[in-house]
Design a protein around this ligand. Structure first.
Ligand SMILES: Nc1ncnc2c1ncn2[C@@H]1O[C@H](COP(=O)(O)OP(=O)(O)OP(=O)(O)O)[C@@H](O)[C@H]1O
Ligand SMILES: [Mg+2]
Length: 226
């Protein structure tokens, strides 16, 4: 694999709840190469979402360093992180977070427009919708699509921003097994084709095993399992 596109070293994070400190991450090291597929498993509450939030710059670290490409970003303020994140990191969640009032193609196009992708956002959105098998539903509103179809739109929207990295937090958590398998296969193939690094948080052993590198988060530390 080539140079790391995303790197986290010594990442620590605690939360304060009442008068109690919860040490969630206690020195996590993680590295993602261009086009690499990494999976993270771990019990509920082990800190998987917290780790993705740190890597995405949605939350600040207590300690450790995060780099996006060449840039150390862990010292930046949340506002400048947001600017840099566009076009570098895209997120896919368990809930699809589509805009309900606009059709599938406009939802996908939002990804490109927010990232200020040059050129014709509509044709990029159209080709991505075609790639996820939804070209015939491009004018459908999200509430007329199934869960699996909505997640396909969300994946197309993530890739429309031409990111270097996709962070996916239990993207199949709301879907039945067969639909979920199809979503992960699609996400994996699309990221590979577009040379996008993928970090997948999942409770599904089969999905996790599809990754190039597998990690398990336990007691605040990340352990490589293969
Ligand atoms: N903003 C917060 N304030 C206080 N505690 C928090 C906050 N966010 C997360 N936590 C705590 O940090 C721990 C890790 O939470 P996190 O959401 O990262 O777990 P997870 O591994 O993603 O779990 P799941 O598999 O259920 O999604 C939990 O104990 C949670 O209650
Ligand atoms: Mg979580």
């Amino acid at each position: 694999m080539s140079n790391p596109i995303l790197n986290g070293s010594g990442l620590a994070k605690h939360f304060r709840s009442g008068d109690k400190d919860i040490e969630v991450l206690r020195g996590v090291d993680i590295s993602l190469a261009e086009g690499e597929f990494v999976s993270i498993q771990g019990e509920s509450g082990s800190g998987k979402t917290t780790l993705l939030n740190l890597l995405a710059g949605l939350e600040t670290t207590d300690a450790g360093e995060i780099t996006w490409g060449e840039h150390v970003v862990s010292s930046l303020k949340i506002n400048s992180l947001a600017k840099r994140r566009r076009g570098f990191i895209a997120l896919v969640f368990q809930s699809y977070y589509l805009v309900p009032e606009i059709d599938a193609i406009s939802n996908v196009g939002l990804g490109a427009r927010i990232a200020k992708i040059d050129g014709d956002w509509r044709s990029r959105a159209e080709s991505l919708l075609e790639r996820v098998g939804l070209e015939e539903r491009k004018h459908s509103l999200p509430n007329t699509l199934s869960g699996g179809e909505r997640q396909r739109v969300a994946i197309a929207r993530a890739l429309a921003a031409s990111p270097k990295v996709v962070l996916a937090d239990e993207p199949t958590g709301n879907l039945d097994e067969g639909t979920g398998d199809g979503i992960i296969a699609l996400l994996k193939d699309l990221c590979l084709e577009e040379k996008v690094g993928l970090i997948l948080v999942t409770h599904n052993n089969i999905h996790a095993s599809l990754a190039d590198t597998k990690y398990h988060l336990k007691d605040g530390l990340l352990h490589q399992t293969s």
